[in-house]
Design a protein around this ligand. Sequence first.
Ligand code: NAD
Ligand code: TDX
Length: 337
Amino acid sequence: MKNILVTGASGFIGSNYLNHILDERDDYNIINLDKLTYAGNLENLKQSENKKNYHFVKGDICNGELVDYLFQKFNIKYVINFAAESHVDRSILGSKVFYETNVIGTNVLLETARRREVEKFLQVSTDEVYGSLGTEGLFTEETPISPNSPYSSSKAAADMMVQAFHHTYGMPVVTTRCSNNYGPFQFPEKLIPLVILNSLSGKKLPVYGDGMNVRDWIYVIDHNKAIDLVFEKGRVGEVYNIGASNEMPNIQIIKLILQYLKKSEDLIEYVKDRPGHDRRYAIDSSKIQNELGWKPEFSFEQAIEHTIEWYLENKQWWQRIISGDYLKYYNLQYNKR
Ligand code: NAD
Ligand code: TDX
């Protein structure tokens, strides 16, 4: 049995990871440490919450005493760190909590993991640490780190710290850097769910700048399968880029969603650009493909349809986010225990 501390697994990517992995691996005993910020939603984990090899702890990764207690209590030997403040626009409005969680929080986890002699520490990072590309080229693992937003700079700081702990203490760390994810349970502040939900309720779709900023989209299940592979087989000290080679300008995605939902393009509203808006991200994932045999399984056409259908079929999930009722789920489910 592997006792794994998985942080931030009540958010978008982490909850998809848990819902998938708990069915796949009965040799994993998972402790989800999540602060339940606005982005943490225990309703994402309804299908997993009663599984024997799953435990939930509400708490902050910056709380060293709590983290150390959990390492001891559950004899933690593995860490997968999803926990982060993840939204670029929020980081522009106020950066402090980004540095607290993404930098200090990662430091607390690393220090505890070092003392408790973990066997593997996986840091879930992002392609945004590489900065912005022109019209040519791709991000490889050798591309220099050059972050532009408070969010990406906090993730880059964490990445460097993870590398330093490997270099200095020989800690068995691995880092993944993935491109933009989409899929079920994504919080409706991010582009794809925002466009789906605004279209359904006839609200305007804010397009930053000229709408020609390019992102490289990957279905969340493909990302999580890559994470599990890196966790099991990734070489320590290494960084692995993850991407599905699916670059698209924002306006193209927005029009595609409108078309699928049979809504009018009149909903599109060009607005003031995001300050410091990175122009283009694109990932070269040949390292993980050649070394570990990973490749994306879902085509964009297939997975975006599935995602739109999921939001259509799960109105209650997003209506409870809009009303704020999702925040009450912890008290209902856990305080009574
Ligand atoms: P998310 O915002 O949906 O979820 C983050 C989770 O972390 C939430 O459950 C939140 O409650 C929890 N959290 C926040 N601060 C915490 C703290 N101090 N202590 C404990 N828990 C805390 O984010 P996501 O989109 O699921 O992203 C997960 C990870 O993947 C992040 O590290 C992010 O940087 C990275 N990533 C995201 C994408 C993407 O497209 N969404 C792409 C590449 C990498
Ligand atoms: O209303 C919007 N209008 C718009 O034009 C929003 C919310 C976004 N955009 C643009 C900005 C980006 O070019 O769409 C693109 C995607 O925006 P986001 O969904 O906010 O994602 P991004 O800023 O690219 O960052 C995401 O991918 C990398 C995640 O939020 C990060 O956590 C991840 O590391």
